[in-house]
Design a protein around this ligand. Structure first.
Ligand code: DOR
Ligand code: ZN
Length: 422
């Protein structure tokens, strides 16, 4: 049985064009301006077809924290958000820091995950031999500053060795870049305050900038692929920009999250710990710098850092409330809403959520609508409205900072390897 998407416009080679798409099995078989006949047809009149989004940064929490999320609910949320591939972070229980844990997680994910998936290994000060042994590893996560899970790697000699191995084996090192010492000092200073807005003062711009500077200086010598996760400050971004121009700068990339693009410190007042996340959401000047960075390509890609916790956990006082914001269902609608408001081009969005993630993380045959590529697609109603409602979300963390907001740009169907959802 084959399937045709007819009468729609598809995003091909940098622009929207009238195109009928024939899908055979898991692949895109043919793209044509003229009529295509197939066993099954989906009429895409008035719709646009984009390559499925590739979210290179999610926490689906399994094994160990299934009460927060699991691979079924996480991937269900993903496909409702037009995301066809996810890459899961290693701060689970056990931590994905050994080959054994990696293989066990792969088995579990295969069984429950509806989307394509990749799995990060955690880099520790003492697990390089495990990382070296791992097969088909796309990426490792280096927690230079600690966050949920208290995993830490900040010994320079160990990082130098890791980067050399990354260069040799070709995997990407994604870095959580915040400086432990600065954060600890700030914590002491603000110990008495319970206001969620102090999060920005504890995990401040200096903490991010110092960490980024240090890891990038090691990378400059080693020449490995490095990816700065969830960039959150103007200084941090300027350091990445500078690094991209120097030796081995072509191996430097970075991502921004929807929450750092669409929220700023003025939102703590209303949303409190619901928007507590690491690195922190900072002032409006940072948000603007990040948005501009996405527009002018200083920032390579958008990833959700989907980090669900239970509502009960999040509602605790500042010190107890865990950091993290869910984002699978809202990333694409938020970005499409920004396109509708003429704040950014559709071209830039497709590059940032599909094309660049595929290129940086080595997802061959994904990220583009091309003959022979995987049929991972999303059908969008570009002017359709999507109201974010906590009680309609598929993530187990049934809350969103955008609860109640109506966005223009609606995900209608998601197609993964030729299989239609929605
Ligand atoms: O806010 C965050 N939550 N930042 C992280 O780095 C980790 C994540 C989580 O796993 O909860
Ligand atoms: Zn994360």
């Amino acid at each position: 049985m084959n399937l045709a998407l007819i009468n729609g416009k598809a995003f091909i080679k940098g622009k929207l064009v009238k195109a009928n798409i024939l899908i055979q099995g898991k692949k895109i078989e043919k793209i044509s301006a003229s009529k295509i006949k197939a066993d099954k047809e989906i009429d895409c009149k008035g719709k646009i077809i984009l390559p499925g989004a590739i979210d290179v940064h999610v926490h689906f929490r399994s094994p160990g924290f299934e009460y927060k999320e699991d691979f079924f609910t996480g991937s269900l949320a993903a496909l409702h958000g037009g995301i066809t591939t996810i890459m899961d972070m290693p701060n689970t229980k056990p931590v994905t820091s050994t080959v054994k844990a990696l293989e066990a997680k792969r088995k579990l994910v295969k069984k429950h995950c509806l989307t394509n998936f990749g799995i990060y290994m955690a880099a520790l000060n003492n697990n390089l031999s495990e990382i070296s042994k791992a097969k088909n590893l796309r990426a490792v996560k280096l927690y230079y500053g600690s966050t949920t899970g208290n995993i830490l790697m900040n010994k320079k000699t160990a990082i130098e060795k890791l980067f050399k191995t990354a260069k040799k084996k070709g995997f990407v090192v994604a870095v959580h870049a915040e400086d432990e010492e600065i954060m600890k000092e700030n914590e002491k200073k603000f110990r008495k305050s319970k206001d969620p807005a102090i999060h920005e003062k504890i995990r401040n711009e200096e903490a991010e900038a110092k960490a980024i500077k240090e890891v990038l200086s090691i990378q400059q010598k080693a020449g490995n692929k490095i990816h700065i996760a969830h960039i959150s400050s103007e200084k941090g971004l300027n350091l990445v920009k500078k690094a991209k121009k120097r030796r081995n700068g072509n191996k430097v990339t970075c991502e921004v999250t929807p929450h750092h693009l669409f929220l700023d410190s003025s939102d703590y007042k209303k949303l409190g710990n619901l928007i507590k996340c690491n690195p922190s959401i900072k002032g409006a000047k940072h948000r603007k710098a990040l948005f501009n960075g996405l527009k002018n390509k200083a920032i390579d890609l958008v990833a959700t850092d989907h980090a669900p916790h239970s509502f009960k956990e999040k509602k605790q006082s500042y010190g107890k409330s865990p950091s993290g914001i869910p984002g699978e269902e809202t990333m694409l609608p938020l970005l499409l809403d920004a396109v509708n408001k003429k704040q950014i081009s559709l071209k830039r969005i497709v590059e940032a959520v599909s094309e660049k993630p595929a290129q940086v993380f080595g997802w061959k045959n994904k990220g583009f609508i091309k003959t022979g590529f995987d049929a991972d697609l999303v059908i969008i109603n570009p002017t359709g409205k999507y109201k974010v409602e906590n009680n309609k979300l598929f993530t187990k963390a049934a809350y969103s900072p955008w609860n109640g907001k109506t966005l223009k740009g609606r995900v209608e169907n998601t197609i993964i390897g030729g299989q239609v959802f929605g």
